[in-house]
Design a protein around this ligand. Structure first.
Ligand SMILES: *Cc1c(COP(=O)(O)O)cnc(C)c1O
Length: 355
């Protein structure tokens, strides 16, 4: 990192690059402050960790086994590794974060378990893909599929309905597979679908959930929920070995308490979804923009003419074009304002108008 004599400045405006560009939400920040009093036991044996785990069990209506990691790559990688041997395989969507954005983490932490790619529209796995991939080979030379992983909300900003999840998990069960959910934006899916966390997980056949806190408004932290407790045997050792056991665990746990007790986890997600809906509404009126996937959570994916994308960047907008199936992704977060959305939409309108 370069040394700088400049004062530390934020970006000049709220951006739509990712929900991890946003800061820490007030509920999370205040809980960190409340936790920052006196001494507490280390490595998760403190009252905050206990409370956060209890709250998650309440919200999910399940006596699940809960762990906290620093980030989503580790949560996914370690949870998947717990479900497989190295000679097994994991079925994921071809655009899944575990495949495209974790630098081989799941394969590394499982000592080589192979990811097998499934297709499906709008970022969702087509359920029949599971059977096809499992049955296409039965010989000794093929890594035996053991897990299906789904992302909720998906990498294209769509969601799986409870019925769609049941379709996936039924196929998986019939083939003897476990089901893992990458829920980096799980809260956005809950807000979008109006279903309960239970209906979107264990009641739909999900065995393990990686529940994202960072993109929801925390500084760092994801929770891993094992609904099938037999799968988390020795999981704590995996976390420790991978450098994911926080010694001052209370500061990973306290923000969960702040978000869950206040309901901010759902309010933040709902707000981000609403902002994306507003953006979608504005962009729908513009000729020259086509949507890549239906907007169902907090992001909008569009195809932009090259000049327009360049024009946005020249006006100071930061956004990604390498995610999912290409095109531009505009992601809203807990602190996106209507003014932010309108500012972006106004710039897009003027750039398209001057083509
Ligand atoms: C952000 C994200 C993760 C977690 O990424 P980290 O940067 O490792 O925290 C996992 N899955 C999806 C779909 C994501 O968008």
């Amino acid at each position: 990192m370069p040394l700088s004599a400049e004062p530390l400045q934020p970006l000049p405006r709220h951006q739509f690059a990712s929900d991890n560009y946003a800061g820490i939400c007030p509920e999370s920040w205040r809980a960190m402050e409340r936790a920052n009093v006196g001494h507490a036991r280390a490595y998760g044996e403190d009252a905050w960790t206990l409370r956060a785990s209890e709250l998650l069990r309440e919200i999910f209506e399940h006596d699940c086994d809960v762990y906290f990691t620093f980030n989503g790559t580790a949560a996914n990688s370690l949870a998947l590794a717990a479900l497989c041997q190295s000679y097994h395989s994991i079925i994921c969507h071809e655009l899944a974060h575990v495949e495209t954005d974790e630098c081989g983490g799941p394969e590394f932490f499982s000592n080589g378990t192979k990811l097998l790619l499934a297709s499906g529209k709008d970022g969702r796995i087509q359920p029949s893909e599971i059977r096809r991939i499992v049955h296409r080979r039965k010989d000794l030379h093929y890594p035996v599929p053991k897990v299906v992983t789904v992302t909720q909300a998906t990498e294209l900003g769509t969601v799986y309905s409870p019925t769609e999840l049941v379709d996936i998990s039924s196929e998986a069960r019939a083939c003897g597979l476990k089901v893992h959910m990458d829920g980096a934006r799980f809260a956005n899916a809950v807000a979008s679908l109006g279903a309960t966390p239970a209906e979107l997980t264990w009641k739909a056949g999900i065995d393990v959930l990686c529940f994202g806190g960072t993109k929801n408004g925390m500084a760092v932290g994801e929770a891993i929920l094992f609904f099938d407790r037999s799968l988390s045997e020795e999981f704590k050792y995996r976390c420790k070995q991978a450098g994911q056991l926080a010694s001052k665990m209370r500061f990973l746990a306290a923000p969960w308490v702040g978000l869950l007790e206040s309901g901010a986890w759902l309010n933040n997600a709902r707000h981000a979804n609403n902002m994306a809906e507003r953006l979608e509404g504005r962009l729908k009126k513009l000729p020259g923009i086509s949507f890549i996937a239906p907007r169902q959570a907090n992001s909008v994916f569009v195809d932009l003419p090259e000049q327009v994308a360049a024009g946005l960047r020249a006006r100071g907008w930061v956004f990604y074009t390498f995610i999912g199936a290409g095109g531009a992704r505009f992601m809203c977060s807990w602190d996106t304002t209507t003014e932010d959305v309108d500012h972006l939409a106004d710039d897009l309108t003027s750039l398209l108008g001057s083509l």
